[in-house]
Structure formats: structure tokens, C-alpha cells
Design a protein around this ligand. Structure first.
Ligand code: HPA
Length: 285
């Protein structure tokens, strides 16, 4: 039997999610990176859908990546836009191929999330950054050595050769900068280099990334943004610099440092996201 079209599989999962939402249609998709999963707990009267119940959603084996879709509006009173928040994502380094890694993004966009907010923990490549700094993504470098769009193109989802000129929507960056200024949050802006991992980069690789024009680097986000662009969604990306990339301070990198910094900055990150969602709701009205 031939494999069903990607769009057919996406639509089947969308139908399954809709059947659980009782008429609720999310307009904003959220991918919550390391340390940010708790943001979804602030969504009111939320529908909670474990990835294991959603056909095609890859399930993470990484500790601390809960793996569930939480759909609801941000309080108080739930007057923000209806969000579909991914609490946990799977990474390419876990062994899933990029089509599987990005399948949930396709489902969110097809569900009605024309705006996607992606967050991540990242290493700081630009020496002007510091651990704890939030960075608005202006663009990316795809250094995975692969694309989630490789293979037959399903024209129902998007074009064979999607444009990536405004992959990180300029108007959403303006909105995010405005919110950060109002809240007194220091928000830098820069280019994210996405690599396959799971080893952190070598110091020589980090010097290469700086030469290539990267400001931050990490092991996620880029495939998700390519797929969202393919489907015509607008994307906002924010990194939390959890550590300076290898070789910059001379200290060794550790996953503990990454999670500690992500946890320390969580309050500020959550406030920024809430502020951005508030403005998106105002935009809808
Ligand atoms: N490199 C790659 N991914 C990361 C890093 C890093 O230094 N920090 C957090 N995620």
C-alpha cells in the first residue's frame, strides 16, 4: 500500500484534535523550549492532549520534555488569543527524521495557527551577548545538513521552492521589540544557527559560526521555521542564551548550566510572551 499523502496525515490529526476542542480554534501556535514548558500552565480552561494520543506526533524520550499540546487562552479571564502550545518538542538528534520532527508544526498551522511563536535555549556566539539574555531571531542559518522539505512536495501544503526572505516576520519583530521596551526587558536581535547536535560545538566550530554571521546557536527551531514558512504561517522566534558557546569563556559547557539559566530567566521570558500574546489579541480585534 502506498503511504498516504502528508496533507492527508496532517488533516487526520487536525480532525482528531478538533474533536477534542469543542469548537475552540487556536490562532497562535507556541513551541515552548527548555525551561518554558510551565508557560502552558497559565492557559485557562485548557484542553490537554498528550502527544501519544495524536497520530504522527513524535514522542520525546528526553527527561523534562513532557510532550503534550495545551490549547487555551492566556488569563486572567482568558482574553488573549487562543493558543496551541507545544509543551516539549522532539529534536533531530533523538533520531527522528526532520519530517517527523516538524509534523506537529504542520498540524498546528493546518489547525488555524497562522502565527507561530518558537522559543529555544541557545548558546551565545556573539560575544556582546551574555547568559540570561533574550534574543529576537531576525534570521537563521540552516546547518543541519538536511531539510524537512526534502522529498516529494505536497502542493496542498506549500510550494516546492518556498521563499525564506521574511521567514521571521518583520511586523512581529516590531511588535516584540515594542512589548520588550514597554516591559523594560532587554531584548537583543540576531541570527540563529541551527545544528544537528547532540554534541555541543567545538571552539573552532563556534569561531566558524561567528564568521558566518551567527549570533546564537542551538539544535532546534530551524526545521520548524522552514515548515511554517512552507505553509505560509508567520513566525516569531526568541532564543534564551543559556550559556556562551564553546571556547568563548574557556569554561566547559554542561546541560545543567543550560537548564539553570533557562529556569532563572523564565519569569522574564514568560512576561515577554504574555505581553506579545496580549498585543496579538489586540491585533485580532
Ligand atoms: N550549543 C548548541 N545548543 C545549545 C547550546 C549551545 O551552546 N546551549 C543551549 N543549546
Amino acid at each position: 500500500m502506498t503511504e498516504p499523502l502528508l496533507s492527508t496525515r496532517v488533516n487526520a490529526t487536525v480532525a482528531k484534535i478538533r474533536s477534542r476542542l469543542g469548537g475552540l480554534t487556536p490562532t497562535v501556535g507556541l513551541v515552548l523550549g527548555s525551561g518554558l514548558g510551565a508557560f502552558a500552565d497559565g492557559l485557562e480552561n485548557a484542553a490537554i492532549l498528550p502527544y501519544g494520543e495524536l497520530p504522527g506526533f513524535p514522542v520525546s524520550r528526553v527527561v523534562g520534555h513532557a510532550g503534550r499540546l495545551v490549547v487555551g487562552a492566556l488569563g486572567p479571564g482568558g482574553n488573549g488569543p487562543i493558543c496551541a502550545a507545544m509543551q516539549g518538542r522532539v529534536h533531530y538528534y533523538e533520531g527522528h527524521d526532520l519530517a517527523a520532527v516538524t509534523f506537529p508544526i504542520r498540524v498546528l498551522v493546518a489547525l488555524g495557527c497562522r502565527t507561530l511563536i518558537v522559543t529555544n535555549a541557545a548558546g551565545g556566539v556573539n560575544r556582546a551577548l551574555h547568559p540570561g539574555q533574550l534574543v529576537l531571531l531576525s534570521d537563521h542559518l540552516n546547518l543541519f545538513g538536511a531539510s524537512p522539505l526534502r522529498g516529494d512536495n505536497d502542493e496542498r501544503l506549500g510550494p516546492r521552492f518556498p521563499d525564506m526572505t521574511h521567514a521571521y516576520a518583520p511586523e512581529l519583530r516590531v511588535l516584540a521589540r515594542r512589548v520588550a521596551l514597554r516591559l523594560g526587558i532587554d531584548l537583543a536581535e540576531g541570527v540563529y544557527a541551527g545544528l544537528s547536535g547532540p554534541a555541543y560545538e567545538t571552539p573552532a566550530e563556534v569561531r566558524m559560526l561567528a564568521t558566518l554571521g551567527a549570533d546564537t546557536c542551538g539544535m532546534s527551531t530551524v526545521p520548524e521555521v522552514i515548515v511554517a514558512s512552507h505553509m505560509g504561517a508567520r513566525v516569531l522566534g526568541i532564543s534564551c542564551v543559556t550559556n556562551m558557546a564553546a571556547g568563548i569563556t574557556g569554561e566547559k559547557l554542561s546541560h545543567d548550566e543550560v537548564t539553570e539559566t533557562a529556569t532563572r530567566v523564565r519569569g522574564e521570558f514568560v512576561a515577554l510572551l504574555a505581553g506579545i500574546l496580549g498585543e496579538l489579541a489586540a491585533e485580532d480585534r
